[in-house]
Design a protein around this ligand. Structure first.
Ligand code: FE2
Length: 324
């Protein structure tokens, strides 16, 4: 996949148009291929293979093993790759075919799919595992991550503080919320920028956010892992790779600590973007159905999630870079 080129394609009239729905023929796919996928993982990881799954020792080697082990899954991921090469901001596969398999096999299957598409990264902040269970853990950990509570997750991009955030993440729904909540939101930033440029204040906002480095508060976990140095990271909101970085709460924290950056110009630009995002006309909003898969180009799309109350809602999240 050629990062950078697809990102600059500005051909979509709306976010909905930039997200592809892929009805894949998955009948019998996993029943045929899951055992050979498990064998490929056992071969690659040897004694290091654990239930939690960690990043590959060698991404290319593992990808080649998986390609040989799972030709139908490989064909599916090649189709997905082609869609992203064409510039889509997201791909939805409404039925992946893993429903009814035990959870461990669902995890293995989704991991193999991600590794066929790219270089899977460890999740943060706890350990080296690559699959994050998106569930309501509020009572337990005390973390403020969107993926660990049931409140609304406002629009953001993932890993916004990293020098190069992962280009992709996927969410697989083991179980969709039955309460009507937990819907995913998406906004294509190419559409967003074009809409902003239609008004003088929007045009000015894009210019300010493209040219002004703003301090963003770095969460402790990133500092602990030494992924980012210092308590604040200084970057522009709008760039080339990624096109947009957005963790509004951390940006606000940065401006509070460094008020010299909170100029009228910057405040106005941020307010203009907030107002644009509050207008949901261009929003793609839908739940990921049980056994459904959503893959997002995190370099061009903002995402969020509505609040939910169903405690059994369970998603798996994996992030990955473009294959090196
Ligand atoms: Fe996220």
């Amino acid at each position: 996949m050629s990062a950078g080129i697809a990102e600059t394609r500005d051909v979509y009239k709306s976010t909905a148009e930039s997200v592809a729905h892929l009805d894949a023929d998955v009948e019998g796919m996993w029943a045929t291929e899951i055992a050979s996928i498990e064998a490929a993982l056992a071969e690659h990881y040897g004694d290091d293979l654990t239930e939690t799954l960690t990043p590959a020792r060698d991404h290319v080697e593992l990808r080649n093993l998986l390609r040989a082990a799972a030709p139908r899954l490989t064909a599916l991921t090649d189709r997905i790759r082609g869609l992203f090469d064409d510039g889509v901001s997201g791909v939805i596969v409404p039925k992946l075919g893993l429903e009814g398999f035990e959870l461990g096999q669902q995890r293995t299957g989704v991991f193999a799919l991600a590794q066929l598409l790219g270089d899977v990264t460890p999740t943060h902040p706890v350990d080296n595992r690559v699959i994050w269970d998106v569930q309501n853990h509020e009572a337990g950990t005390g973390h403020s991550n969107f993926s660990e509570n049931d409140r609304e997750a406002e629009y953001h991009t993932d890993s916004a503080l990293l020098p190069i955030p992962e280009r992709f993440f996927l969410l697989y729904a083991v179980k969709q919320a039955t309460c009507g909540g937990g819907e995913s939101y998406l906004r294509d930033c190419r559409v967003l920028i074009r809409q902003l440029r239609e008004s003088p204040e929007g045009k000015a906002a894009v210019e300010v956010l493209r040219t002004t480095e703003l301090p963003t508060r770095v969460p402790k976990a990133f500092r602990k892992n030494a992924q980012v140095e210092g308590a604040y990271s200084y970057r522009t909101i709008i760039g080339d790779t990624p096109l947009w970085r957005w963790r509004k709460d951390k940006i606000e924290a940065g401006l509070v600590a460094h008020p010299e950056y909170a100029t009228d110009e910057v405040r106005k630009a941020l307010d203009t973007v907030d107002a644009r995002l509050a207008d949901t006309t261009d929003e793609l909003r839908e739940p990921i159905p049980t056994d459904g898969l959503l893959i997002v180009n995190n370099h061009v799309a903002l995402h969020g999630r509505s609040a939910f109350t169903d405690p059994s809602r369970h998603l798996l999240r994996i992030r990955f870079h473009e294959p090196a």
